[in-house]
Design a protein around this ligand. Structure first.
Ligand code: ADP
Ligand code: MG
Length: 374
């Protein structure tokens, strides 16, 4: 019967929402010269509160699809926010996972992690291989997994698997699939095969970034995992599912634009793709926009077939608890949450107790006893 099935039959369905999770990283003493403690605190698995700088007798409460507190492990973040969407890419559907937030708040930790604490990327790739393996045994489809890895920097699309490549164009085919002609796409046969290509490419990016004036905080690193399945029957039906895993540029640039309807001035200083992504997510989630402005930036254009529509998307907004991040945190939260509640109650300090280092505690004890050394 049918040869090439459309990727989904949801042509006239409402575009799907982007699920929003917030992850608070642990408090770090070295990020807090003034020793002020945390200005933000989790309340439960969906709510958090932050000090209201305008009025110290109030705190501001936010509600999200998921709130991951500072104790949340890499595995829990993966299990609750990412794992559930992965089966869809084996059925020819698209998905995207973003890490959003100011530089220093934990985006790279969340997406990439470290060898001891692997993040979303290695866990998702492993899981895709596991899912394919489980499926291959009992169904009449052959699966092939491939990867591309690219960066959007200054509205240029650069191939990270082919260093030194030029800005690449983004195109749309007649079925409305987005593609980048010329982008390296490598078939991978196992997780270690993935690592072999991915690790040198991410190292390249990190070294380049320290030389190029914090490039990594201004560029979007985008990993694409593509699963193509072909039916063994005579019809050879084929379906392609794409998963985008994105470590976004630091959202601190956003703050300079304000957040409501302020025009893009100083275009050099503002990250157009990040700014447009926030408008796209906003349009998708408010459900009122007639036109979703995908075409206004490279990032959103590239993700057009994998963000909203019939795709499954999750945004993990990373925030830091120290006061020096306060305004960046506030703007990241305001972008992520469309509603907030001002609570008429001061942000109580004592419950954010951070373990006091032994040396300091000893000094404080001495002071309390009035037996200072002077
Ligand atoms: P970003 O990519 O947003 O600039 P990073 O991921 O580099 O931020 O995080 C900044 C620092 O905080 C790094 O040293 C990182 O290891 C640490 N960090 C971030 N999130 C966590 C976390 N959840 N648990 C422990 N350390 C974290
Ligand atoms: Mg980073």
């Amino acid at each position: 019967m049918a040869q090439r099935m459309p990727v989904s039959d949801s042509g006239n369905k409402k575009p799907s929402r982007v699920r929003v999770a917030v992850r608070l990283r642990p408090y770090m003493t070295q990020q807090d010269d003034k020793d002020e403690g945390s200005c933000v605190r989790g309340l439960d698995s969906q709510n958090l509160e932050i000090v209201n700088w305008r009025n110290a007798t109030e705190s501001v409460k936010y509600h999200f699809d998921v709130f991951h507190g500072e104790q949340t492990t890499q595995q829990e973040v993966f299990r609750s926010s990412v794992k559930p969407i992965l089966p869809h890419i084996l059925n020819g559907q698209n998905a995207s996972v973003f890490a959003y937030g100011p530089t220093g708040a934990g985006k790279t930790h969340t997406m990439l992690g470290s060898p001891e604490q692997p993040g979303v990327i290695p866990r998702a790739v492993r899981e895709v291989f596991n899912l394919v393996k489980a499926k291959e045994e009992d169904e009449g489809w052959d699966y092939s997994i491939g990867m591309s890895y690219l960066e959007i920097y200054n509205e240029k699309v650069l191939d990270l698997l082919s260093p030194g490549s030029q800005d690449l164009p983004i195109r749309e085919d007649k079925d409305k699939n987005i593609l980048i002609p010329g982008l390296t796409h490598t078939t991978i046969s196992s997780f270690s095969d993935f690592d072999k290509h991915f690790i040198p490419a991410s190292l390249n990016r990190t070294t380049a970034s320290t030389k190029l004036n914090q490039r990594s905080s201004r560029s979007h690193a985008i990993l694409l995992i593509k699963v193509v399945r072909t039916q063994r029957a005579l019809t050879q039906r084929q379906q392609t599912g794409k998963l985008y895993l994105v470590d976004l540029a630091g959202s601190e640039d956003n703050r300079r634009t304000g957040n409501q309807g302020i025009r893009l001035k100083e275009s050099g200083a503002i990250n157009l793709s990040l700014f447009t992504l926030s408008k796209v997510v906003d349009s998708l989630n408010s459900g009122t926009a007639i036109r979703i402005p995908y075409r206004d930036s490279k990032l959103t254009r590239l993700l057009q077939d994998s963000l909203g529509g019939s795709a499954h998307s999750v945004m993990i907004t990373n925030i830091a608890p120290e006061y020096k991040y306060y305004f960046d945190t506030f703007s990241a939260l305001n972008f992520a949450a469309k509603s907030k509640l001002i609570v008429n109650k001061p942000f109580t300090r004592e419950t954010v107790a951070v373990p006091v280092p032994p040396v300091k505690r000893a000094r404080e004890d001495r002071e309390a006893r009035g037996s200072g050394t002077e």
